[in-house]
Design a protein around this ligand. Structure first.
Ligand code: ADP
Length: 502
């Protein structure tokens, strides 16, 4: 049985994984790069080991160093988090060879699902619908044009090794084909060292809806329902919610059954996610499988009531799932927003720097998965996501109201953050109605401009006004009976502050 877990990651996910480990009575080991010496995950862990310079290629991606630390520290398992080595089949294999449990799926499942062309072929065999397109890499532009003529424009050119939206190009007209293929190829080669690309029909007005699955080493697989992740900027998710506002019971059950079939096709064990693309008529197609824990996993944990990290560890221990499909239910509504250290009003420029002040939202139905603290310097080397704010309530409307309340209470100074932008998203009528697809951000540009919906600016104006009020009040307070006045003043000030929704 696993007793000591090395977490091969940093940031919020490293802390989140360690939290479950601690609850399970497991000892935790952190690894850190030079710049992360004072990071939260290092402080949180029972033990911490330096693994090299700040660039991830020299630290968090160095399999040899991580395995070395696991051996030195006596860790019997490695949790890879997400990103970094989490979907690296060679790393999973190396862990196995070294006798260290990899808290994740088999190298075979990672390899099969990591290559989009192989994954498409596997899904077709398993009877799971895939987006119409090719099942072999494009050899030359002549064949590409023939295929495109057959399936019809528009199409997507996609990298087989793709991830993070890289190596993907939309082709609307015939004259764009050649350039799109070569651009997708060179981007894929630079990002993944593999320039194989394929063609997929472009689904217009698409929804990105993914299903969480859990499988054990005894062949049991269940799904934990969906996450609606259609609010994306440059193919990166910004807001996620569950249940999806567009699915009905019948389609949900069909998609869930297909997600289970997809996982079973690769004898999947561990936590994984089947991503589907869904059109307005609720036709759905397999897009890809992520063979790891997702950033947005907390909304599933909240609505289904399952600790996914704990499940991952139990599965790695060889335990059978303790529930069957019929035991799992969705309860209430959860929404997650990702908070980035970036300036939404300056082309989303990363905003690294020192956190001067942070006050995190609290209260009923609020979860905050973060890792920064006052005085902490956000490094330039890694993803600028600093935290995730997750809310839950009985209904979608109440969850939105709760998220607004929590976002108003969330204060970070020292770096710019995406909080003002998230406020604006929550006010967009299409979001409020739950009628949106992956074009949401593009189609609601006007609403998302700072001037069109000035929640943040209004907040600043309100703060200045309140401050002037406060000074005026103090000036009026030159009392003959100070105690009484001070008492009244305290109440008044409290009311002013609540108007500001701090
Ligand atoms: P990656 O692995 O690089 O993230 P995905 O295949 O998961 O790539 O696609 C990322 C996003 O791109 C999807 O969520 C969707 O918004 C869009 N997309 C991908 N394929 C298609 C398609 N065939 N039609 C329309 N949109 C697509």
């Amino acid at each position: 049985m696993i007793k000591k877990v090395l977490v091969a990651n940093r940031g919020e996910i490293a802390v989140r994984v360690m939290r479950s480990c601690r609850e399970m009575g497991l000892t935790t080991v952190a690894v850190y790069s030079d710049v992360d010496r004072t990071a939260m995950h290092v402080r949180y862990a029972d033990e911490a080991f330096a693994i090299g310079p700040s660039p991830s290629a020299e630290s968090y991606l160095r399999m040899d160093k991580i395995i070395d630390v696991a051996k030195k520290s006596g860790a019997d398992a490695i949790h890879p988090g997400y990103g970094f080595l989490s979907e690296n089949a060679a790393f999973a294999e190396l862990c196995e060879q070294e006798g260290i449990a990899f808290i994740g799926p088999s190298p075979f499942a990672i390899k099969t699902m990591g290559d989009k062309i192989t994954a498409r072929k596997t899904m077709i065999k398993a009877g799971v619908p895939v987006v119409p397109g090719t099942t072999e890499p494009i050899k030359d532009t002549k064949t590409a044009i023939e295929v495109i003529n057959e399936i019809g424009l528009p199409v997507m050119i996609k990298a087989s090794a793709g991830g993070g939206g890289k190596g993907m190009r939309l082709v609307k007209t015939e004259k764009e084909i050649i350039n799109a293929i070569s651009a997708a190829r060179s981007e894929a080669k630079a990002a993944f060292g593999d320039d194989a690309v394929y063609i997929e029909k472009y689904i217009s007005s698409p929804h990105h809806i993914e299903f969480q699955v859990l499988g054990d080493k005894h062949g049991n697989v269940v799904h934990l329902f969906e996450r609606e992740c259609s609010i994306q900027r440059r193919h990166q998710k910004v807001v996620e919610e569950t249940p999806s506002p567009i699915l009905n019971h019948e389609v949900r059950m069909k998609m869930g059954a297909d997600a289970v079939a997809a996982a079973k096709a690769v004898n999947y064990y561990g936590a994984g996610t089947i991503e589907f693309i869904v059109d307005d008529d609720l036709n759905y197609y397999f897009l890809e499988m992520n063979t790891r824990l997702q950033v947005e996993h907390p909304i599933t944990e909240r609505v289904v009531g399952v600790d996914l990290v704990k499940q991952q560890i139990n599965i790695a221990n060889g335990m059978e799932l303790s529930f069957r499909q019929e035991d799992l239910k969705q309860h209430g509504h959860a929404i997650e927003v990702r908070i980035y250290a970036e300036d939404p009003d300056n082309n989303f420029m990363p905003s690294p720097g020192i956190i001067k002040h942070i006050s995190e939202p609290l209260g009923l139905g609020v979860r905050h998965d973060g890792y920064v603290y006052e005085g902490y310097e956000i490094p330039i080397y890694y993803d600028p996501m600093i935290s995730k704010l997750i809310v839950w309530s009985e209904s979608r409307d109440e969850a939105i109201a709760r998220l607004k309340r929590a976002l108003y209470a969330y204060k970070i100074t020292g770096v710019k953050t995406s909080i003002p932008y998230l406020h604006r998203i929550l006010e967009v009528p299409d979001f409020v109605k739950g009628r949106y697809n992956t074009h949401f951000i593009e189609e609601n540009k006007e609403y998302l401009q700072p001037k069109q919906n000035c929640v943040d600016q209004c907040m600043e104006v309100a703060a200045i006004t309140a401050f002037i009020d406060y000074i005026n009040k103090l000036e009026q307070l030159q009392p003959a009976r100070p105690d009484k006045h001070l008492g009244n003043n305290w109440k008044d000030l409290g009311r002013k502050r609540s108007v500001l929704r701090y």
